[in-house]
Design a protein around this ligand. Structure first.
Ligand code: SF4
Length: 406
């Protein structure tokens, strides 16, 4: 436990001298995607390959203590190895989020970079996963890729699951599979933002979904791994989130954390309704951009942001920075556990109020970020939007992949 706290403190950027300050960064290398996930419509709005972030722009990024590479599907880019090679010069740890479809490319990259982390999105057991992700044999391919990585001796591999009505029942079974394989198990729930292209994601049966989170939380608390106890806290935060409550921890995105999109636009996060731009790294140098008036204006918006997202990208830095809050929660719940009082989702007042009819479903729906009528700006450049005239995103990416093979 002492070791874990020390490592968390060491990673806290707020405790590091400003001149050596390392940031937490997410690099969205492409908006192209070959999956058809029901909760993410990014495949309908791909970026143009020739506009996507270049090695020259990657070279301008600052030092980072953690970098997440994501998309779209990052492995659609044939030069991903070059990107990782460059990022390794400036980042202490790299994790790539992928749908696991391009097995050969993933294995090839991991042979060169065995210390990179790989998170494969698997949305449930076979049928559920394939139904949600819309990838033929998606589960089998993802699972086999993970197995191959483990057999290769890769240490940092795991599942990522976005929990929703359709797959909540598979949450604990999938955790057990990952646990038996000695893999990491990361969870999320439905969010709406420009990044997901449409704003139609919402949990309908909140109690059923929360019950499954409750079971997972108790499995995690039962383990002997401090890392899993903190994961339990994260999942407790997801119950709070699906009931549209205020975030359990402050959001400091854009202060010590950033996202960069395929066009070189630097943003605080991927959770805002419209794209919020702090500056463009194709055109500017990092220090100029990070200390600009535009960046400060975005920071002012973050301070009053009421979207209350609970995604690992914004929560993990907050858990490190405000460690005492999750730590107290862990201590209290481990103690409770030892007295046979397990974690209960009804510890959350809002869950009790809802169950007992003091709060209606309609009220919670209105408080969520789901808005069927909203026009979400999909974050594409003018040129990328142009290519959608007369062709769908799916057709564009299918053609693109065909060309990569030919
Ligand atoms: S709460 Fe934080 S992560 Fe979510 S949209 Fe607002 S600024 Fe972004």
């Amino acid at each position: 436990m002492t070791k874990l706290l020390k490592s968390m403190k060491d990673k806290d950027p707020g405790r590091v001298n400003m001149s050596e300050k390392k940031l937490n960064g997410t690099v969205i290398v492409t908006y192209r995607c070959n999956a058809r996930c029901s909760m993410c419509n990014r495949y309908k709005a791909p970026s143009k390959p020739e506009e996507e972030i270049s090695i020259e722009t990657i070279k301008k990024l600052p030092k980072m203590y953690f970098t997440n590479i994501t998309g779209g599907e990052p492995f659609i880019r044939k030069d991903l190895k070059d990107i990782v090679r460059e990022l390794k010069k400036k980042s202490d740890r790299i994790v790539i989020s992928t749908n696991g479809f391009f097995t050969d490319r993933i294995i090839d990259l991991c042979k060169e970079f065995p210390d990179v982390g790989i998170r494969i999105s698997i949305e449930g057991l076979e049928d559920t996963n394939n139904q949600i992700r819309g990838l033929e044999n998606g589960y089998q391919r993802g699972y086999e890729t993970l197995k191959k990585l483990v057999d290769m001796g890769m240490k940092d591999v795991g599942f990522g699951m976005t929990v929703q009505d359709k797959n909540a029942c598979d949450l604990v079974p999938l955790y057990e599979i990952s646990n038996n394989l000695g893999m990491e198990f990361a969870t999320a729930s439905l969010h709406n933002s420009f990044y997901f292209v449409e704003a139609k994601n919402i949990i309908h049966d909140r109690i059923m979904v929360a019950e499954n989170f409750e079971k997972l939380i108790n499995r995690l608390l039962q383990s002997n791994s401090p890392k899993k106890w903190f994961r339990a806290y994260f999942n407790h935060g997801l119950i709070n989130y699906i009931f549209s409550q205020k975030r359990l921890l402050p959001c400091d995105m854009s202060f010590d954390t950033f996202f960069i999109d395929p066009y070189g636009d630097v943003m605080p996060c991927n959770g805002t309704k419209d794209k919020e731009v702090m500056g463009n790294l194709n055109e500017q140098q990092w220090d100029e951009l990070w200390n600009s008036k535009m960046a400060d204006e975005v920071r002012a918006k973050v301070r009053t942001c009421d979207r209350n997202c609970w995604m690992i990208g914004s929560v993990s830095p907050a858990m490190h920075k405000y460690i005492w809050k999750p730590l107290m929660w862990v201590i209290i719940h481990k103690m409770k556990f030892w007295t046979k009082n397990k974690y209960s989702m009804y510890e959350n007042k809002i869950v009790r109020d809802y169950k007992e009819g003091r709060i209606s479903k309609e009220f919670l729906d209105r408080c969520s970020t789901c808005d069927m009528n909203s026009n979400v700006n999909n974050g594409l450049s003018k040129e990328s939007m142009e290519q959608l005239k007369g062709k769908t995103g799916e057709e564009i990416v299918a053609e693109d992949l065909k060309n990569q093979i030919d």
